[in-house]
Design a binder for this molecule. Structure first.
Ligand code: SF4
Length: 688
């Protein structure tokens, strides 16, 4: 056996670091990762990866991995057996349900985990405990994009494939630092921009790499994207530049939409966005002159109080100009985590079952009730944001959270930590004793993607299989096994022996995945949902109309929500987001040497103007304080930001954690935190 363990082997997996969904072979010898070897047949990336996919894997062998369940004793944890941990969880969940009802329990799934694991987590909440209190971390990023698309075109996913972006005449990137957040996808855009004469418009606060390359780079005021998008749409309609043929055949609601647009005149847009009239007209004319337009957007759009409405405005513009249902057109909300798309697709949402079927729909509930032999509550459950508030208000008593350092990545984390202190019972399942896990009563050691089987769905709705590269470290287990075992300790009698059993069940129940099977996903094969029973998948959505009864899309009127102001004292706008090298709070990438040797810690990007005004230099230590907390961080003076705009990467879980500053204000339609509406005051600190 020892000999066998040392044999060199190659296993196909899917990257765990972003929604592009690069797949590749991993060569290993024992637990040593020899190389990451992308293959030409990989559908999203071919032979490319970025630095994270190539070098970001040391964390799997970190000494800090959790290898045994931990149970709290006073201020410390002690190691426990799985059996002891399961029994404790089952008895606590049962007690809390008996005393306070099933709505006192909450469940949070992970966008890093597999589709099968998200399916099981929502089945545990709904089918075993009897609550719809289930959510996942797309609530922190992309739920507003999903909402904007549901309202207008009926499916909440990228409308085309990544490779089709190359066929577009014009690509518009809004609020997305694509080169660093979705590097391999950005490479495709950069290539077609360079080789195929593709035009590129970038709208952002920060002059990142894509902005540098753009034919037109616009910097509208923070939080004003909806205004310029609506003004451009109005101009296109007013000047007779819309695709009237497409509108007539495929779209409802034009008259009401036009009425609502009345207020978005060019003059109003100039005053709200700071862009010139000429620039707005140039954008409108470039769009209307291009035969195919696609829009890529990310957190710069969604993480605002009007994030869903701005996503809706993007989709409205695409409808008015006939840019849906063909190659090289449409909407591309770029999903952040590797499985943000799948976690929601497979039902880890408080108001939706798998396939986005509504909890409120009696027929849908009846289907699941019959299959699972349970009663599902009619009322939608609490989302992540409402769960935190529910703990503060006293009606939420327990939380089972997997694969998310929520106490770092949610907004206003001092408020979140105070909530954790009030929980009667808190279970955290993760790879490391994260900041969040330190609040738990029971910590369960999970296995990362390299140690399990399953499927992920990338940003273009592509479902891909990952195969087990390594054995789970120590006593850690894949998340699906842990959820199954907890359910069975609660008397569920689940018999899944492999993730494929879970997918088979999901495919029978969820229409979008009817034809999904592990056989059809063998090796590098993949399927883009919706997948018909015979296995036909859908690389481009809406070629045959929109998924409404009359097959027509809907123009959805939206209004501008002005960004939150925090008073004159807080005069610095703190933009935030990713860095190429690091992932999220950094729990995995800071434990990977190949990455930390390049980018060992975080920094605050400061403009030359602000540096001159306050006497800041590269390396000056400053404190930023908002009404909610403060961070300490060193400055980096750069051209990328201007004026009183600073940029704090989100990859720190210590003194520079961005969410010490952010507020609890959120998108009014989805409760996604308004991370991008953060202001602070700045003071220079003396180094100790
Ligand atoms: Fe992984 Fe995204 Fe990089 Fe591809 S682009 S290797 S999926 S982090």
């Amino acid at each position: 056996a020892a000999m066998r363990q040392q044999r060199i082997k190659k296993t196909k997996t899917v990257c765990t670091y972003c929604g592009v969904g690069c797949s590749f072979d991993v060569w290993t010898k024992g637990r040593e990762i020899l190389k990451v070897d992308p293959q030409i047949e990989a559908p999203a990336n071919g032979i490319s990866t970025c630095i994270k996919g190539k070098f970001g894997w040391d964390f799997v062998n970190s000494d800090e991995r959790l290898t045994k369940p931990l149970i709290r004793e006073g201020d410390a944890f002690r190691e426990a057996s799985w059996e002891e941990a399961y029994n404790l969880i089952a008895s606590k969940f049962t007690d809390i349900k008996q005393q306070h009802g099933s709505q006192a329990l909450t469940f949070i799934s992970s966008s890093k985990c597999t589709n099968e694991e998200s399916y099981l987590m929502q089945k545990l909440a709904r089918g075993v405990i009897g609550t719809n209190n289930i959510d996942n971390c797309s609530r922190y990023c992309q739920t507003p994009a999903t909402m904007g698309l549901f309202r207008t075109v009926g499916h909440g996913g990228d409308s085309g494939s990544i490779k089709d972006i190359e066929k577009s005449e014009l690509v518009i990137v809004i609020g997305s630092n694509t080169s660093e957040s979705h590097p391999v996808l950005a490479t495709r855009v950069k290539r077609s921009h360079k080789l195929h004469n593709q035009k590129l418009i970038v709208a952002d606060l920060r002059k990142h790499e894509m902005a540098d390359r753009a034919d037109l780079f616009i910097q509208p005021r923070a939080g004003s994207d909806l205004v310029w998008l609506s003004a451009v749409t109005k101009y296109i309609l007013d000047e007779g530049l819309a695709d009237y043929d497409f509108l007539q055949k495929n779209v409802n609601g034009l008259e009401m939409f036009k009425q609502n647009l009345e207020k978005f005149t060019l003059d109003f847009a100039v005053s709200a966005t700071g862009l010139s009239k000429e620039t707005l007209i140039q954008v409108a004319e470039t769009i209307s002159q291009s035969k195919s337009v696609c829009v890529l957007w990310a957190m710069g759009v969604t993480q605002h109080m009007g994030g869903s409405d701005t996503s809706t405005a993007i989709s409205n513009l695409l409808l008015v100009t006939g840019n849906y249902g063909r190659p090289g057109v449409g909407s591309y909300p770029l999903r952040g985590h590797n499985n943000v798309q799948g976690a929601s697709d497979f039902g880890s949402m408080p108001d939706r079952l798998p396939s986005y079927e509504k909890v409120a729909d009696e027929k849908v509930r009846a289907k699941y009730e019959q299959a699972w032999g349970v009663k599902i509550p009619e009322e939608p459950g609490l989302n992540n944001h409402e769960m935190v508030q529910g703990i503060h208000d006293g009606h939420v008593k327990a939380m089972y959270l997997k694969g998310e350092d929520m106490g770092i990545v949610d907004s206003n984390i001092n408020h979140v930590h105070a909530a954790y202190e009030k929980l009667d019972f808190f279970v955290v399942q993760d790879l490391f004793l994260t900041r969040t896990a330190q609040f738990a009563d029971v910590v369960l050691p999970a296995s990362p993607s390299l140690e399990k089987e399953g499927t992920f769905t990338n940003t273009e709705r592509r479902i891909q299989r990952l195969y087990q590269v390594l054995e789970p470290l120590g006593d850690s287990k894949p998340d699906w096994e842990i959820i199954r075992d907890i359910a069975n300790h609660l008397g569920a009698g689940w018999e899944y022996t492999h993730p494929s059993d879970i997918m088979t069940e999901a495919a029978q129940l969820a229409p979008l995945f009817a034809g999904v099977s592990y056989e059809r996903l063998e090796g590098y094969n993949s399927l883009q949902w919706p997948v018909a029973e015979d296995g036909t998948d859908t690389p481009i959505l809406f070629t045959d109309g929109f998924p409404f009864e009359d097959k027509k899309a809907r123009l959805f009127p939206v209004d501008w929500t002005e960004p939150k102001e925090f008073g004159e004292e807080y005069d610095i706008h703190v933009n935030n987001g990713r860095l190429l090298e690091h992932f999220h709070e950094g729990n995995m990438t800071y434990r990977s040497e190949g990455i930390t040797s390049k980018t060992p810690n975080t920094f605050l990007e400061v403009s030359h103007e602000l540096a001159n005004e306050r006497g800041l230099k590269d390396g000056t230590l400053v404190r930023l304080s908002s009404p909610y907390g403060s961070v300490k961080v060193h400055c980096l003076i750069t051209e990328r930001v201007k004026g009183k705009e600073v940029y704090l990467p989100m990859n720190d879980s210590g003194e520079a954690a961005i969410n010490l500053l952010t507020s609890s204000y959120s998108d009014k339609d989805t409760d996604t935190p308004a991370y991008k509406e953060t202001s602070a005051k700045l003071e220079v600190l003396k180094e100790e």
